[in-house]
Design a protein around this ligand. Sequence first.
Ligand SMILES: [Cu+2]
Length: 199
Amino acid sequence: MNRYKVFGLLSLIILATVLVLTGTQILSESYDNHSGINYLNQSELSSINVTGAGVTVSQATSTIYVNSSADLPVMMGPMNSGSMYSFEIFGIVNPNIVMQSGVTVQFTVVNVDSDAYHNFVLSNSGPPYSYYMDEMGMMNGYENGYGYMSMMPYLPPAGADHYAYMNISYSFSSAGTYWYLCTYSGHAQNGMYGRITVT
Ligand SMILES: [Cu+2]
């Protein structure tokens, strides 16, 4: 091989490496840095996990009663429960949430899982859920047959003292049974969901 061929080959290899690295960068950025995702540190996380006004917690029935418009912090992933397929609100895993119509809930959704993506989506459709609920969380939202009432990008796994979170405010204007679930493949199927009853 003469020196021109070697030079040409080296150039190609360098070009290919740059393209792959750039592509990976763009992909992970669109996945992790969706607008609306912000980060909490440990002390901020502790400060939001306090039962606020307008909320009553029944450990015995795993139910959170939202009596007037209120904030609910939702922890995703294994926190006190051992399971990664859990939402935790005020220490209750996948709680029932009960409220009257007209109440507005501000969910502060935090990923506390160190090695998995999760999201928090409201839906009219209850379990059982299939493996594929929405591979592209943020893209397919509302018209995919699952009755989604809200959508959320997947929040990236927690790092040291670094927890991705997103706020979603929702007004439940009609009585009925609704559900919250994680649309990451296999998560809702494995139990990552809970019921919301609006009376
Ligand atoms: Cu999940």
